[in-house]
Ligand binder design. Sequence first.
Ligand SMILES: [Zn+2]
Length: 261
Amino acid sequence: MSAPHLDVLAIAAHRDDVEQTCGGTLLKMAQLGHRTGILDLTQGEMGTRGTAEDRAREAADAAKILHVSFRQALDIPDGRVENTWENRLKIARVIRQQRPRVVILPYWQGRHPDHYTCSIVGYEACFLAGLSKLQLRKEAAKQAGTSPKASAALEGELLDHPHRPFKIIYATLYYDIRPTFVVDITQQFEARLQSIYAYKSQYTDQEAGRNDFPAHAEIRERIATMAGFYGLLAGVKYAEPFVQKEIGLVEDVTAIPVKSI
Ligand SMILES: [Zn+2]
């Protein structure tokens, strides 16, 4: 049980999804002293621009800017994120190893199938990770065709210790729905923008995908408009939107933030 557990783990389909939807929140949590991490399900080999290697390097740069302590990309095929037993187990392994208290998933509806499928497969993996009778080392060995002992050495003891995150919240920036809460990222906005610019293969001006990608100069305006809209809903300059399925619990009604009239 060596590495300290994560407080917050954001799971997303593609490298740069987290930067776009909840990067400011992750940075803010790190600045508050929490240990944060990112799990990307795919490596980005289907992207119009750049190779998977470019994106790996860029993802590492972005992770530094957001002060995350852990980042990993699984080998699920890009454009083919499916809710299969194997994929659930791959994510459940990371959840048991990193033991996050909070998991951030993408919202469960959207345009890109990888995004909404990530939401479902991520939720089901959180559930599986908490089942005490599920032995992930054995399952890993079955998949890898090696002995349980060999995979134990590879993947560590924690794999067979159940862990279920306390809280799951959904980042909704990719979908037009009213959030249940927003996180004020006014102080983190510039760094979050830099973490998006770190994906140079995606966001520098070039011919490939010119119709699908905003010009570099437009990116700032787009991101500021979105963050500004969600900020406005809560009376702050910039914010990121989330949905939680559970009801909000209040201790002191005089301390509820956001002015009514
Ligand atoms: Zn994406």
